[in-house]
Design a protein around this ligand. Structure first.
Ligand code: NAD
Length: 499
């Protein structure tokens, strides 16, 4: 059985805690590896050596750090297929989707090549008599990234790129469900020229996470995962004086106006609702057609598209639209919620409950489901299902539709499909959600903009990637300087203007 340990000081290191977790193949339900779960002592030792290594890295000029990012981009492109294969094997997503996972991470590393520009400070000449004032952005020291199972390349790269390019050392605690890809990323960072100790990958569960949150050397914690854990990490990290940004779950609504092109809207819903088996924080899980006529026509277009979806293992290649969900527990939870939806009165228009795949009976495959006549009081509307289940909530008017999205506790992403510019503009301006698509179902911002949800989808002040990430991973210092020739007076006891 393959044993996955930790990546510490530039080497693979076996775990010493005596605790491990099984890494499953979601397509077959077989254990394919065991991953070490770090103890507090292992975590603390990794932080201590990261802190030592960080001093020289933080003092390295930003151009040299940017060159490491440049080389990392080349290596990620070189190893794209290998990385994607590791993702598909442990996560279950299709091979092209796994390549997309690497690609969207790689784009943030490309952005990080601009670190010298992004880290430039500000300067005011002659802020007072003989006085110059300047501010600089300095790295925080050792920072941590705690990441979810659903994007094992993209989100670790979103965390490590800006943190490392800004001169920090990072403790990455990836998901224990698919740990191989993050370990490969660490090897690539070393090959790209990152000094040993600057990126430590510590595998583990709550024990390792709590050790990060309580370690006094760790200055900042960036988290992505479910909302209850995001809230927990945010409150414990900030109570311990750390800077923290924690991104949580989602329930993304797509509003379909009567004037929308319904074929386009149906295609968009199928891709955004069922791609990656619905295991995306930007998946559309609620369709809100406006008016019964729009709803009836939309459902008519959706049903054959959903029934034609091909579910299977990534090894089946391009013949597959989505793969299994990540664990047996996730599958059981999705099917339980489907039953709850039925019991609470929603109409199951496409029923995937009996889905089974010959030869893969032990895999965690879930067929596609479509609910109609879902209402806001139902559990399937309130809960993030994180599976191939799309709920339709019929709204009588645009106001009712936008109100639904605004009243929901999550605020990650949303979309509106319409041909009307006024409606689209009003929606974009009024909606209290972080990422908005206009005729775009999954509006994930590109690397040079920032990514982040509102309400219970995001805790903390700054977003991921883009310029915000460089702000998050640096602190500003402002210097006021006057040289002896500029000093015209003796001791001053009062605050006064500098003129
Ligand atoms: P999760 O919250 O179970 O796990 C995320 C991380 O937290 C993992 O590294 C895990 O080991 C750790 N963790 C789990 N339980 C913990 C505990 N009790 N104490 C401390 N640490 C703990 O999330 P997941 O199932 O891996 O990922 C899916 C979730 O992530 C979904 O809710 C999805 O919406 C969300 N997500 C959000 C975004 C975003 O940007 N908002 C992006 C991707 C995924």
């Amino acid at each position: 059985m393959q044993q996955i340990g930790h990546w510490i000081d530039g080497k693979h290191v076996a775990g010493t805690s005596g605790r491990t977790a099984d890494v499953m193949n979601p397509a077959t339900g077989e254990v394919q590896a065991q991953v070490a779960l770090a103890s507090k002592a292992e975590l603390d030792a990794a932080v201590a050596s990261a802190a030592k290594a960080q001093r020289a890295w933080g003092a390295t000029n930003p151009q040299r750090r940017a060159r490491v990012m440049m080389e990392l981009v080349r290596l990620l492109n070189r190893d794209m297929d290998k990385l994607a294969e590791a993702i598909s094997r442990e996560h279950g997503k299709t091979f092209p989707d796994a390549k997309g996972d690497v690609q969207r991470g790689l784009e943030v590393i490309e952005f990080c090549i601009g670190a010298p520009h992004l880290l430039k400070g500000e300067f005011t000449d002659s802020a007072g008599p003989g006085i110059d004032m300047y501010s600089m952005r300095q790295p925080l020291g050792v920072v941590a990234g705690i990441t979810p199972f659903n994007f094992p390349a993209m989100i670790p790269l979103w965390k490590m790129g800006p943190a490392l390019a800004a001169g920090n050392a990072m403790i990455l605690k990836p998901s224990e469900r698919d740990p191989s890809c993050p370990m490969m990323l660490a090897e690539l960072c070393q090959e790209a020229g990152l000094p040993d100790g600057i990126l430590q990958v510590i595998n583990g569960d709550k024990e390792a996470v709590d050790a990060i949150l309580d370690n006094e050397v760790v200055q900042a914690v960036g988290f992505v995962g479910s909302t209850p854990i995001a809230q927990y990490i945010y409150s414990r990290a900030t109570a311990n004086g750390k800077r923290s940004q924690c991104f949580g779950g989602a329930k993304n609504h797509m509003i379909i106006m009567p004037d929308a092109d319904l074929d386009q809207a149906a295609d968009a819903l199928v891709g955004a609702g069922y791609g990656a088996a619905g295991e995306r924080c930007m998946a559309i899980s609620v369709a809100v057609p406006v008016g019964d006529e729009t709803a009836d026509r939309l459902i008519e277009k959706l049903v054959p598209r959903i029934e034609a979806l091909k579910v299977g293992p990534y090894t089946a290649g391009n013949d597959v639209d989505f793969g299994p969900v990540v664990t047996a527990a996730a599958k059981a939870n999705i099917l339980r919620l489907v039953e709850t939806g039925l019991a609470q009165g929603a109409k199951l228009v496409v029923d995937g409950r009996d889905f089974s795949l010959q030869g893969y009976e032990n895999g965690y495959f879930v067929g596609a489901h479509l609910f109609d006549h879902v209402t806001p009081d139902m559990d399937i509307y309130k809960t993030e299902i994180f599976g191939p289940v799309l709920s339709t909530v019929r709204a009588k008017s645009y106001e009712e539709a936008i109100g639904l999205a605004m009243d929901h506790e999550y605020g990650n992403g949303t979309a509106i499909f319409t041909r009307d510019g006024d409606t689209a503009r009003d929606f974009a301006n009024r909606i209290n959600i972080g990422m908005v698509g206009i005729n775009v179902p999954i509006p994930v911002p590109l690397a040079y903009h920032t990514f982040g949800g509102w309400k219970k989808s995001g805790f903390g002040d700054l977003n991921q990637h883009g310029p915000d990430a460089f702000r998050f991973y640096t602190r500003t210092k402002t210097i006021t300087a006057r040289w002896p020739s500029g000093i015209k007076e003796g001791a001053a006891f009062n605050f006064k203007a500098m003129d």
